[in-house]
Ligand binder design. Structure first.
Ligand code: SAM
Length: 263
């Protein structure tokens, strides 16, 4: 097993560069931190390309499995110092195991709508924490996947991946231009439900055919008129106090649990 102690080592630099979107796009890879993430990935058949194990990592059966599967799949297992883990993760208290994975986007036409009761589509989501939280919540509610429409934040950014808590490996992630989405949406077998503050229908009263596809808008601008017009129905979650809207991830959580109620 290779051991790296130099902060200026080329592999360390390459892994660290995965904090930058440009580098993630160029390599098609991303960084995940911690044994929990790596365990989720292995359970989904996703094996690290590179596994970085801290010198102070405690023995754990999952770590043994990760080492064995990485090596068997042709990836590299490298022992690194605590200082390298800190530098790569940009944290004072880094996880003792980091891993580099291949990104995976599922083409829209490969999605299987009937395999889940609910799916989520996000228009121009901009906050990585929101996106990661939505992927985690969609997984928790039993959704099939998350579709990113238009200019969205990168689901494979370190911040977004952290917020998924491992669910980035569990649900399908797709991306599409608005035009591609609208063409694909025409074949959707269930209901397409838009969420808008100016909608008159309450989200609990809407008649919905499964599988439902829930459309959520951008944090500032909301769901555009073009996408709202392509929905079977637009709904609103009641705002009873002084707040004029809910946080995007919270609103998505309410919607996906409502759409999967009774499953
Ligand atoms: N100023 C924006 C607007 O007018 O839509 C607020 C956007 S809100 C912060 C972000 C997204 O969360 C919205 O596009 C919508 O999808 C969802 N959302 C937030 N509060 C909602 C509510 N009360 N009812 C339905 N959707 C809501």
């Amino acid at each position: 097993m290779r051991e790296i102690t130099s902060l200026t080592n080329e592999t360390v630099k390459a892994v660290r560069a995965l904090h930058m979107r440009k580098e993630r796009e160029a390599t098609g890879r991303f960084l995940a931190e911690g044994l929990k993430f790596i365990g989720e990935a292995l359970d989904q058949g996703r094996v690290p390309k590179t596994l970085l194990v801290g010198q102070d990592a405690r023995p754990h059966p999952l770590l043994d499995r990760a080492r064995a599967e990485t090596t068997r799949a042709g990836g590299e297992v490298i022992v690194v110092t605590h200082a390298i883990l800190e530098k790569i993760s940009r944290r004072d208290n880094p996880q003792t195991v980091l891993a580099v994975f291949e990104q995976k986007y599922t083409p829209l036409d490969d999605l299987t709508p009937d395999s889940a009761p609910c799916w989520v589509a996000l228009e121009q989501v901009r906050d990585p924490g929101n996106l990661g939280t939505i992927i985690r919540t969609a997984d928790a509610a039993g959704c099939g996947g998350v579709i990113l429409i238009g200019d969205c934040v990168d689901p494979f950014s370190v911040e977004a991946v952290r917020a998924t808590m491992g669910s980035v490996f569990a649900v399908a992630i797709s991306k599409a231009t608005p035009e591609q989405f609208l063409a694909w949406r025409a074949k959707w077998p269930g209901s397409v439900i838009g969420t808008r503050l100016d909608a008159t229908a309450d989200y609990r009263g809407a008649e919905v055919r499964r599988p439902s596809l829930v459309l959520m808008g951008n944090e500032q601008a909301g769901l555009t008129d073009v996408l709202a017009a392509a929905c079977d129905v637009n709904v609103k979650i009641p705002m009873r106090g002084r707040a004029d809207s809910l946080n995007l991830a919270i609103a998505t959580g309410i919607m996906v649990y409502a759409m999967t109620d009774g499953v």
